[in-house]
Ligand binder design. Structure first.
Ligand code: HEM
Length: 156
């Protein structure tokens, strides 16, 4: 049941929004929740986080259209694509996520940072799907986020 709900809602979002668009929605929401996270990224070195736009319809072009940001956005959305395609057999994905989690620990990413990204993900899906994002979508994506977070932080 969760697998079908996640797959069909992700298909809808991926049809209407590009990978870069989803990445922008996701990381804009994350940076609003915690602007200090910007300082972790190489692409944000010349960006003053006090000037982060609070308007999701008008993300800062210098940040969100930079090649560094777009590359990272494509990678993260690609990782979610990979998980959604392999929901029935997550074995190999979990190995990849574990290695990714080890590197993120080295980057200095903490468990509360993952919680913030989980909130940003749900808010992104709500914004992308509108009325099509209901209780069962929220429950299913919260379940998947729980797996991602637990796997990426199991070495903490
Ligand atoms: C709050 C949570 C997260 C933060 C703050 C974060 C931050 C970062 C940072 C700082 C980098 C290095 C990029 C650079 O040098 O500019 C990175 C790389 C990367 N992130 Fe994240 N990340 C988070 C969660 C995730 C999640 C959930 C995924 C995928 C499921 C992911 C996938 C990647 C990938 C694939 C890379 C490329 C480099 C590598 O493989 O280590 N990240 N992230």
């Amino acid at each position: 049941m969760k697998v079908e709900v996640i797959t069909s809602s992700w298909d809808v979002v991926r049809t209407v929004v590009s990978a870069e668009g989803i990445g922008t929605m996701l990381f804009h929401r994350l940076f609003i929740l915690d602007p200090t996270l910007l300082s972790f990224f190489k692409f944000s070195t010349s960006f003053d986080f006090h000037s982060l736009s609070k308007d999701f319809a008008a993300p800062n072009r210098d940040l969100f259209e930079s090649e560094g940001f777009l590359n990272h956005a494509r990678i993260v959305v690609g990782a979610i694509d990979m998980l959604v395609k392999n929901l029935r057999d997550l074995g190999k994905c979990l190995e990849i996520l574990t290695e990714l989690g080890e590197r993120h620990k080295e980057y200095g990413i903490t468990i509360p940072n993952y919680d913030a990204l989980g909130v940003a993900l749900i808010n992104t899906l709500k914004a992308g799907l509108g009325d099509q994002f209901g209780g069962k979508e929220e429950e299913s994506w919260t379940w998947l986020w729980g797996i991602i977070k637990a796997t990426m932080t199991k070495m903490y």
